[in-house]
Design a protein around this ligand. Sequence first.
Ligand SMILES: NC(=O)c1ccc[n+]([C@@H]2O[C@H](COP(=O)([O-])OP(=O)(O)OC[C@H]3O[C@@H](n4cnc5c(N)ncnc54)[C@H](O)[C@@H]3O)[C@@H](O)[C@H]2O)c1
Ligand SMILES: O=C(O)[C@H]1O[C@H](OP(=O)(O)OP(=O)(O)OC[C@H]2O[C@@H](n3ccc(=O)[nH]c3=O)[C@H](O)[C@@H]2O)[C@H](O)[C@@H](O)[C@@H]1O
Length: 346
Amino acid sequence: MAKQASNGENHSAAKPPPTPSPLRFSKFFQPNMRILITGGAGFIGSHLVDKLMENEKNEVIVADNFFTGSKENLKKWIGHPRFELIRHDVTEPLLVEVDQIYHLACPASPIFYKYNPVKTIKTNVIGTLNMLGLAKRVGARILLTSTSEVYGDPLVHPQNESYWGNVNPIGVRSCYDEGKRVAETLMFDYHRQHGIEIRVARIFNTYGPRMNIDDGRVVSNFIAQAVRGEPLTVQSPGTQTRSFCYVSDMVDGLIRLMEGENTGPINIGNPGEFTMIELAETVKELINPDVEITMVENTPDDPRQRKPDITKANELLGWEPKVKLRDGLPLMEDDFRQRLSKPRKN
Ligand SMILES: NC(=O)c1ccc[n+]([C@@H]2O[C@H](COP(=O)([O-])OP(=O)(O)OC[C@H]3O[C@@H](n4cnc5c(N)ncnc54)[C@H](O)[C@@H]3O)[C@@H](O)[C@H]2O)c1
Ligand SMILES: O=C(O)[C@H]1O[C@H](OP(=O)(O)OP(=O)(O)OC[C@H]2O[C@@H](n3ccc(=O)[nH]c3=O)[C@H](O)[C@@H]2O)[C@H](O)[C@@H](O)[C@@H]1O
């Protein structure tokens, strides 16, 4: 019987996990790990694919509906014998035989998740139910990429995993933050009721190459604006804070969580905290000192502060972020300059 993971709380009612797929016992079985990544054509997902494909024992299957992701992000793997790409919407059931599921599928930028909020809810709830059903059928371990948005506009700072959050259930962000909260509930109910091996990561603002140029999130907006020579749009009041994690650190944390023995939820993020004005000033200094910083209107329910307490990730996964914001921004600038055809002036 597989060892039960722990989040430090009492889940003694958890049933043992179902036995793995009979294919694992077939005489043709290769000792490879077959891994499904939903949302693998997106920003974080495609970096996760790159890292998992480095291990020759891994076979990777990506299922993505290309709403915010693209084949371009995966072009180096298309045609590779250990890689498969499926156009699939997770709100529909998926029948594949896998050992692990990284469940990332969900639009992440506020402009995209608010574009079709009902679809965002369906993706979080029905999509997560479908992936849990798949995990149950084949005995796979499943990791959900939840979010710091489950803490809402937090009244506890920095946020640790035991904080239950301050979320508006009927606001314009609810499709995403309440959707992820239900997704977490489903994960733990499948764990307790069916013995599914689960992992829940609460990801804090992540940035890096391959973010959509017009993604709408703050780091990609400021870098695209600086490279184009346009004003950096700080949404008022500009004193709101975020903590930014470079994508390679994030991928390392997600893999450690999947491979470790703890269910989570575990915060994965970089505790370096910046106001949006500080971020704009840093981008201006590093990328284009000639651009202006302009104040624009904000959107409703924007969290006023956000910073992860990563004690748990540190103690349970031996994880901490390595890339500082000042080192990560130039790496992202290179990628944006290339895609925008705006080389550096010497
Ligand atoms: N980037 C961050 O700062 C951040 C922070 C917290 C949580 N997360 C979570 O991490 C995951 C990945 O985020 P990202 O930044 O890479 O976003 P992204 O938008 O780049 O990637 C999401 C991917 O999911 C796909 N997708 C969306 N709906 C789908 C559906 N119904 N069926 C199949 N595929 C679908 C998209 O096409 C895209 O490829 C998301 O679950 C997000 O909620 C990200
Ligand atoms: O990390 C998280 O948990 C969540 O964080 C983000 O949500 P948010 O922090 O609102 O991300 P942004 O849209 O990048 O906004 C960050 C801050 O920058 C500000 N902002 C945004 C864009 C801009 O051009 N200017 C600007 O000042 C916003 O008002 C906000 O205060 C992501 O979009 C979610 O996918 C993710 O789940």
